[in-house]
Design a protein around this ligand. Structure first.
Ligand code: NAP
Length: 287
């Protein structure tokens, strides 16, 4: 059996960050340090780790970051107020509201309050629509990371059958649109899908975005399928059963070290692009 190609997210992330360094340096010389603000509501320990990782990534590459911690009892209106203030703050280029927020908060309304030009996590309805229509918006980070891996490793998508497992607004749906825009034939599946295993067995490309550890089994896969595992469950376990999938796939993302690091690199890139856009607008207003 031929070993599958390992889609190494750390390599892809290194390449993206390498490309960003020069832009960050020149923006900084102009007095604009790209700045990301993350908002965390409540005390979900995984979310704490994620925002910490994002802050570390910013500081390592010479960007600024700020973390805003709000208590679990925060109301939707209080959260919206915080977001509106950040929208107005000239020094902030990107705003990320860490998902999930406590259930009493209207998360959709909160996402949609983020100004489009600062929506570096690509979570607004407007951003989603623009991405789906291939218009100008910052793409949602994890779906964009998956596409980045596809491009980095020259995986052929056109005309291929991609089965996406999951339809969340931040992952399954946007990655399905991105694959469709690249001329893949996309099947989107979810918790009510019947005959999922059979569907997966017909896929050239499988994107797992389920949130269930080791959910996709190697036996489900067509020999030679490409496996892109966006899952990140407790204990650093993906949504695919790596060992069994490894034996059938032609290419596979590991967990950890797959989609995760590229997601962070994509977030940094979106924030740098937002800062660059701001710099360009400043130049135009001075001429
Ligand atoms: P989510 O909002 O919980 O969505 C999960 C999706 O899976 C839903 O659409 C759900 O269907 C579907 N699903 C659940 N059980 C299923 C089943 N038995 N068969 C088929 N579909 C099923 O999760 P998410 O936010 O999209 O995240 C998905 C995974 O990606 C998680 O492991 C998460 O940790 C990971 N993630 C990773 C990153 C990263 O940076 N690497 C970023 C974000 C998320 P319904 O719609 O019918 O409920």
């Amino acid at each position: 059996m031929k070993e599958p190609l390992l889609l190494d997210g750390r390599e892809v992330s290194k390449s993206i960050k390498g490309q960003l360094k020069g832009t960050i340096d020149s923006l900084t010389k102009e007095g604009i340090v790209p700045k990301l603000v993350t908002i965390l509501v409540g005390d979900n320990p995984s979310s704490h780790t994620y925002v910490q990782m994002k802050a570390n990534a910013c500081s390592k590459i010479g960007m600024e970051s700020e973390r805003i911690f709000l208590p679990t009892e925060t109301t939707t209106e209080e959260l919206l107020q915080t977001i509106r203030q950040l929208n107005e703050d000239e020094t902030v280029h990107g705003i990320l509201l860490q998902h999930p927020v406590p259930s009493h908060i209207d998360e959709r309304q909160a996402f949609d309050t983020i100004a489009l030009e600062k929506d570096v996590d690509g979570v607004t309805s407007h951003g989603f629509g623009s991405t789906a229509f291939q218009l100008n918006a910052y793409p949602c980070c994890t779906p964009a990371a998956i596409m980045e891996m596809i491009d980095f490793y020259n995986i052929d998508v056109e005309g291929k059958h991609a089965v996406v497992i999951g339809r969340s607004p931040i992952l399954g749906k946007p990655v399905s649109m991105m694959l469709l825009n690249r001329n893949a034939t996309v099947t989107i599946s979810h918790s009510r899908t019947e005959n999922l295993e059979q569907m997966v067995s017909q896929a050239d490309i499988v994107v797992a975005a389920v949130g269930k550890p080791k959910f996709v089994k190697g036996e489900w896969l067509k020999e030679g399928a490409v496996v892109l595992d966006a899952g990140y469950n407790k204990g650093n376990i993906g949504d695919c059963d790596y060992e069994t999938c490894y034996n059938r796939a032609s290419a596979i993302t590991p967990v950890p070290g797959g989609v995760g690091p590229v997601t962070i690199a994509t977030l940094l890139r979106n924030t740098v692009l937002a800062a660059q856009q701001k710099a360009m607008m400043r130049e135009v207003s001075h001429t």
